[in-house]
Design a protein around this ligand. Structure first.
Ligand code: HEM
Length: 401
């Protein structure tokens, strides 16, 4: 008998392992309507179309407005273009090159701390800390505040992924936002009075249509950077280390040629994307995969499914950093054939910063620890629906067994 029951994204099976369900969706239900969620698309062609065509609006981001304000993600058209032109120069060219030092210093500091841990965990002690320290570094915020930021960042990340609408999680996220804003307001006042060469100062002195950014706009943008650039990079690094530990031959390749680190990162982004789902709202009735979908519908774009589309990648469920379809010169640009940084006008502003963190942070860790094994009996588990990766990678360093 042929099973014609559409897979359920809210089922425990999906939470445990979404990939077989993604495969069924691509092959049997390329578009599926779930009355609790909306319209779900899973093939690369439809997902790419949704991320690039103007009929698919990002008004869906109004849901996180309470946390990050009316963000660039939610904006469209000329307003989006203006904000993007303002922030994207800080993440490429000379400013980006200058962040190399910040990343190298943050990685070195974390590796010394990691080496001293009695129970080292690559996610808790490295992947989760590096992106926040880098963002704080490029904003020129003091080191003694790292721990406080880590708490705010974790609360904000939990808020975004709070699908069960747990009131405690929601309140903790909003409390973190209030504390962060209070903290950053003092920094803004100081940088307005005496600007430096950092990202906060350039926001304080920047103008859009001859008008300076308001304090509120700067506060919201900083909250967005923490939410958009922290957890995603953490997840990407965690999945890369997990994939390398699970594929010792490819780990050896990367150790032998550290230049391959970026391919390992790009391939991990494809196979295990940090963000599995992007939402859009349909601004006009459209035919999608042969089905007419009404204006106003919510569209669930399954990045985790599209990135494994058999039409685009050979042996698409395999981790293979040598695969011919991944090209490191495009994998972090809008020309990328995986969709982990999105596509089109909202393509990730921070993709090149994430690339720099991986290019420095992965080889630095492998150099520091010539032998890494999972702690006895430890098996990493991918968790999360919106963002997904192992939350813990417990390891031992030293002589291999
Ligand atoms: C591996 C790491 C990262 C991943 C996988 C990632 C993923 C994404 C994705 C999928 C989008 C598009 C969202 C959509 O179209 O709905 C996006 C947008 C964005 N990302 Fe990233 N991101 C990463 C790192 C960063 C970093 C490090 C920053 C900055 C510090 C950053 C800042 C942003 C911003 C500001 C946007 C909004 C762009 C716009 O709406 O025009 N991201 N990111």
């Amino acid at each position: 008998m042929v099973d014609i029951t559409p897979p359920d994204l809210l089922s425990p099976e999906f939470a445990t392992d979404p990939y077989p369900i993604y495969r069924t969706m691509r092959n049997k239900f390329p578009i599926h309507h779930d009355p609790r969620l909306g319209w779900i698309i899973s093939r690369a062609a439809e997902v790419r179309q949704a991320l690039t065509h103007e009929d698919y609006s990002t008004a869906s981001y109004a849901a996180v407005r309470e946390l990050v304000g009316r963000s660039i993600l939610e904006m469209e058209g000329a307003e989006h273009g203006r904000h993007r032109r303002l922030v994207s120069p800080s993440f490429r060219g000379k400013p980006l090159a200058s962040y190399g030092e910040v990343i190298t210093a943050a990685a070195a500091e974390l590796l010394d701390e990691l080496a001293a841990k009695p129970d080292p965990d690559l996610v808790r002690d490295y992947c989760a800390l590096l992106p926040i320290r880098v963002i704080m570094g490029i904003m020129d915020l003091p080191r003694q505040d790292y721990a406080m930021f880590q708490v705010w960042y974790r609360a904000a990340a939990n808020y975004v992924g709070n699908y069960t609408q747990d009131p405690d999680v929601a309140e903790a996220g909003l409390r973190a936002k209030r504390e962060l804003h209070k903290y950053l307001q003092e920094v803004i006042d100081a940088r307005r009075a005496e600007p430096g060469a950092d990202l906060m100062s350039s926001m304080c002195t920047a103008t859009i249509n001859d008008a300076a950014l308001t304090d509120r706009e700067i506060l919201d943008f900083c909250s967005l950077l923490l939410a958009a650039g922290g957890e995603t990079t953490e997840r990407g690094l965690a999945s890369t280390f997990r994939n390398l530990l699970d594929h010792p031959a490819q780990m050896t390749d990367v150790r032998t040629d550290p230049g391959l680190s970026l391919l390992a990162f790009a391939e991990s982004l494809r196979l295990n994307p940090p963000t599995h789902i992007l939402l859009r709202r349909l601004a006009a009735t459209r035919e999608i995969a042969g089905v007419s979908v009404p204006e106003g519908s919510t569209i669930f774009c399954l990045i985790g499914a599209a990135n494994r589309d058999e039409d685009e990648f050979v042996d698409s469920e395999e981790f293979n950093l040598h695969r011919s379809e991944i090209d490191v010169s495009t994998a972090f640009s809008a020309g990328s054939n995986h969709l982990s940084f999105g596509a089109g006008r909202h393509f990730c502003v921070g993709a090149m910063l994430a690339r720099a963190e991986a290019a420095i942070g992965i080889p630095a860790l492998l150099r520091h620890f010539p032998v890494i094994n999972y702690r006895d009996g430890f098996v990493p588990v991918e968790e999360g629906m919106l963002t997904r990766a192992p939350r813990s990678i417990q390891v031992t360093f030293g002589s291999g067994r």
